[in-house]
Write a protein that binds this ligand. Sequence first.
Ligand SMILES: Cc1cc2nc3c(=O)[nH]c(=O)nc-3n(C[C@H](O)[C@H](O)[C@H](O)COP(=O)(O)OP(=O)(O)OC[C@H]3O[C@@H](n4cnc5c(N)ncnc54)[C@H](O)[C@@H]3O)c2cc1C
Ligand code: SF4
Length: 597
Amino acid sequence: MTLLKAAPPLAQDVDLSKTYDAVIVGSGAAGGMAAHVLTSQGMQVLLLEAGKKLPIEQELRSMQWPYDHPRRGDAPPGYHALSFNEYTIRTPPYAKNSTFKHVMSYVGGWGGSDYVKNILVDEKDHPYTGTKYAWVRARALGGKTNIWGRLALRLSDYDFKGKTHDGYGDDWPIAYADLEPYYDKVDLYLGISGVKENLPHLPDSLFQRPNKLTFGEVKLRESLKKMGRVVTPYRAGVTTDGLKHNRYRSKCYGRGACDRRPGGCDIHAAFDSPTGLIYPAMDTGHLTIRTNSIAHEVLVDRNTGKARGIAFVDSATRKSYEAKAKVVIVAASTLESARLLLLSRSPQHPNGIGNSSGHVGHNFCEHVMGPGVTGLVKDLVGKPPTLDDGRPGGFYIPRFRNLKDRQPGFVRGYGFEGSGGFSIFPGNALGTSGFGAQFKKDVRDHAGAFIGMGGFGEVLARYENYVDLDPDAKDAWGIPTLRFHYQFGDNERKMCEDMVVAGREMFEAAGIEVVGTDDKMLTEGWSIHELGTARMGSDPKTSVLNQFQQSHDVKNLFVVDGSSHVSASCQNPTWTIMALAWRSCEYLASEFKKGNV
Ligand SMILES: Cc1cc2nc3c(=O)[nH]c(=O)nc-3n(C[C@H](O)[C@H](O)[C@H](O)COP(=O)(O)OP(=O)(O)OC[C@H]3O[C@@H](n4cnc5c(N)ncnc54)[C@H](O)[C@@H]3O)c2cc1C
Ligand code: SF4
């Protein structure tokens, strides 16, 4: 059963003989937001998306109980999700020589691969080379927003002005005050749940009804107050009160399929780009979309050096086409956007379009994760079950390191994501010894008493961490692939060591028995928060874009995704990607009307 409120709007015919006001590449958080803002300003927009338009409710099946699925959520035979060991022992391309017919990123093995097997790319068709990297890609209308984890956080001036604070890296060309009105617009247009905490380093949103914390989580919150730290309910990019202006989304009624990670919400309470942004933009009559359209070059006017459109190949027919537009907006996600810019070589732009600085692909950053702690809340052992996982997330502990203090081993900080209480599958069953009635009683008695959390830390932006085009490797459509030159450094390692110590310390202070710690740093890429490959800045020699995500070199070219971020912060990026895209596209629309782009 699905509670979809309204069917998707009918698509307009694509007219490739026409010059659109703007062409957008990619339909995820960034491309969807660009489509929303530009069409609301009356611009005629064509959106090109490499993936298919999937019958997404049939893919996600959020209402399906595990026992109603023939394989409890597993994909059919022939599918394989990459494991941690494959990412660490082998080097990319990971699917090369695999005997499986289809190979997915690790997210496919993360609790329900049948639900994501058509959303994630098949690694066999989409190889990459170079250093180890767990690159998670979703090629479908809406991109990764179809299955994202929903943690929706703002950045603060500790992030935008990081260099001023601690001397490392570069400040962003904007401050929090520049973005705050756009964060507010995103909150109100898309819906976000949470609780105000008045923290300078994690600004509050305009929240709808929050999720409730469980008993163990409240216990941790009360204890951490004494340490000056905060446990706040998961700030979920989910509408909990509903959105009167959007007929494609329903409010969250807490059935908890989100707990089946990767989530995906087929009533669209959780934000996804198609129902949140693209369908409403189509309703304006100004948006045309073309799926199965793989952009491989930003076309250039040989007289002016300006962008004139996009060359793309149809993924199904393999035929080549050109889309013409007065403005080109690249929003293919951080790494794919860098790839497209680098692919777009011309006499005017020999290193790739927008790359006179040589910074495209560089300053690549993200989040490091892995270390965490698991605890037992003894007061809960043997207590009756409660419905704890009927919510779109557990809790978040905002950064507490290197705010007023200076840590000896590392700069910047990390936050923890966690949850406690009963979940759809009692994970403790796997580690409980014994058998028969006593085994079942032990599992049931302890099932709701566990609490766990894992750190997400800022990976420093470094010029020497970069991607470029592999001179030999190509994808299934003959387009050159990315080659990674990227690895974590000492700052990340020290930060991860601290996560384990701090996690243990917080649980112990709350009287939660620590039953396990994980000090393993996961492979590069695991956070799925890649950023920085076309950064903003005021100096065209050391940055690719200005503060409005507009190319320094080509004024009718904008890159509105996470590639523009100057540093990674430790907060999850999607809400910031959308606030920035809103700000830039508002600027673009106003400059367009004045004839300035
Ligand atoms: C399992 C999971 C959990 C996550 N959890 C969180 C979270 O809790 N909080 C958070 O902030 N973020 C989270 N993220 C990350 C979040 O999904 C991304 O930050 C966000 O989707 C980025 O938006 P985007 O538009 O840049 O990229 P995407 O959403 O990836 O969209 C890019 C689109 O461009 C298309 N495209 C790519 N190349 C081309 C091309 N050449 N031509 C045409 N189209 C192209 C792709 O097919 C895709 O549809 C998570 C991601 C995943 C997968
Ligand atoms: S808990 Fe809410 S957001 Fe999550 S799947 Fe259910 S309805 Fe959607």
